[in-house]
Structure formats: C-alpha cells, structure tokens
Design a protein around this ligand. Structure first.
Ligand SMILES: [Zn+2]
Length: 331
C-alpha cells in the first residue's frame, strides 16, 4: 500500500466470494484501479475484498466523504494513512452499491431494482454524495410514480419504500406509497393488528435505530388517520347511484347500482380504496346493462375525472404538507 493510500475498513454482504472462501484480502473484481489513491476493505464473514479508488474524485463528489477519508476536496491528501469506517454489514453493502454506481459499473439506471436504488439512496445520504442522492431519488420515483392510474396492487416492497420516501423526503413518491400502504398493504389499520409486526411478504429486514422506528411509527399513525379520512370522504359517492344525461340511462344505473357496485364494494372494502373502486366501476359493461353509448362514454369520463380529483384531495387527507425535509431530519 502506498503512502498516499488510505484504508477504509468496512463490511459488505456482496464482497468477493472467493475472498470469503479462504479469508484473504483479495482485490474487488470491479472496484480496483491501479492509479487509485484510497483503499477500502469490504468485509463479509470469513472474507474481505479490497477496493482501490480515487480519493480526490470521491471527495469532490462529497466533501463529507473527503473529510472522512482525509482529503479536503482539492486533491490534497492528508498525512493519515488509515481510516476505519465502523459500518454494519448492511451499510457496507450500500457503500459498495454506491461506488459501483459512481464508477458507472452498475449505475442505478441500468436494471433499476429496488435493492440497488435503496442502497445508493441510503449510502449517498449517509456519506454526503448529494448529486448521487438526487440521481437515486429520480430512479426511486420512477418505481413509484405519482399517478392515480398506476398499478398499485403490483408494486413491490411498498412498506420499505414508504419508509425511505419519508426518511429521505422523496416528495413525489410519498402520496402513491402511503396510499398503496393504506389500500393494498393495510399496514396496521385493523384495530386488532399489531402495526409493528412484520407481514409475511414484506418483512423489515434492516436494523432500525430509534429515529427509524419513530419514522415507522409515524407512518403507521398517518396511515390510520388517512384510512379514516379516505373512507369518510369516499363512502357517500360510492353508495349513491349516479346520474347520467338521459333519464332512461339514469334509471338503469340506479337500478343496477346496488348489485354491480354496492355489493362488490361491501365485499372488497371499496369504500377505503377509491381509486381502485372507480377503476372497477369503469370496467363494468354498462352498455350490456342497457346504458346508451353516449352515456357510457360520459360516465367513463366522469369516473376518470373523479379518480383524478380524489388523487388531488389525497394531499389533504394524508396530511402530506406535514412531511418536509426538516421534520424528517429531526426524526
Ligand atoms: Zn344515455
């Protein structure tokens, strides 16, 4: 190791496998550059892998990282040769993902999985890589678009994602994720359900400190509040038959509303999931029930508009304005 090389000791769940097999330090297969000026050791149980990276380059991206690694961001290296980052295994895996992104070896835009984006998001915040954090946030928003016609039911990892969106204030993703938690995941909304118990399909695998637990508890409270507000706001229009342009068509809608809307609404709790309910109502074959073509088109447009308006209303029902960067940083 050269005199200008620092040593950051950290751990990774994804460090090199063959290093793990015999416990030696081996070069990371992707994160080793001969002209690098800082060494970082990624460790997993029984093995370690060494990365050689460019300290001044990294310090320009993050003054925080620069000071952590003994560089002032101008390329001047301090005398110190060794720095140790006491990271958890999870944090170290995040750091590895961050470097793979920064060096364009595995950037978040390439195969943007939740795990990769979440790792880069966490590590960039932790180590002060602000511009990288912005890129990770943009990729995160792509996974959870703020669109009332998004496919909420098929979104994955929504509980963890909601947590990240609040913790790192990914503002555009807050509404779709909180709405999905309330309407698809049902996070602790049943009075008898323990909100802190992990669900089968969505465990919370990461260690959480007190601030994290506080954020999670806050999300559960907000979801409970939102659940009641949404139900209150939507119930009247759901159980009230709708009018249309022709008396005959209005009569048909009124006559069939109970069977085609109210019954499934009671069966599937549509009252607390307005966007999905309106989607189902639009799917009903009203023409087959005798509603004329003009009224079918008009009603479809009305229900689409109602979904969009409800989506706007969610800002208030979910108290989104209370979420802001400062409150998140303050826990
Ligand atoms: Zn009509």
């Amino acid at each position: 190791m050269s005199s200008t090389t620092n040593l950051l000791k950290t751990q990774s769940t994804e460090a090199v496998n063959n290093a793990a097999s015999h416990g030696d330090i081996q070069r990371h297969p992707h994160l080793w550059f001969e002209d690098g000026s800082i060494d970082i050791i990624l460790t997993i149980s029984g093995g370690t892998a060494e990365c050689r990276l460019h300290r001044d380059f990294l310090a320009r991206l993050s003054p925080t990282f620069g000071s952590q690694s003994g560089c002032d961001g101008t390329g001047n290296l301090s005398e110190s040769n060794t720095r140790t980052f006491e990271d958890s295994v999870e944090d170290s895996a995040d750091l590895e993902a961050l470097f793979l992104h920064i060096y364009h070896i595995n950037p978040v835009i390439l195969n943007p999985t939740f795990d990769k984006i979440a790792s880069v998001l966490r590590a960039s915040h932790k180590h002060g890589f602000e511009s990288i954090g912005d890129a990770a946030q943009a990729a995160f928003q792509e996974l959870y678009p703020p669109d009332p016609f998004a496919d909420f039911a098929n979104w994955e990892r929504t509980e963890e994602a909601a947590f990240l969106s609040v913790k790192y204030f990914v503002e555009p993703a807050l509404k779709p994720l909180l709405y999905t938690l309330i309407t698809e995941v049902g996070l602790g909304l049943d009075e008898n359900e323990d909100p802190n118990a992990p669900t089968d399909d969505q465990p919370l695998p990461r260690r959480m400190d007190d601030t994290d637990l506080q954020i999670k508890a806050n999300i559960v409270d907000r979801c409970r509040y939102g659940f009641h507000k949404i139900t209150q706001a939507f119930t009247p229009s759901l159980f009230q038959p709708t009018n249309s342009g022709h008396m005959k068509c209005t009569d048909i809608l009124a006559g069939r509303w109970s069977d085609l809307v109210v019954l499934p609404a009671l069966q599937h709790s549509w009252a607390s999931m307005p966007i999905q309910a309106l989607r189902e109502i639009r799917k009903i074959d009203w023409a087959a029930e005798g509603v004329c073509g003009t009224c079918c088109l008009q009603k479809d447009e009305d229900w689409k508009k109602e979904a969009e308006e409800f989506w706007e209303q969610l800002d208030d029902l979910l108290q989104l304005s209370d979420y802001e960067k400062s409150s998140v940083l303050g826990g």
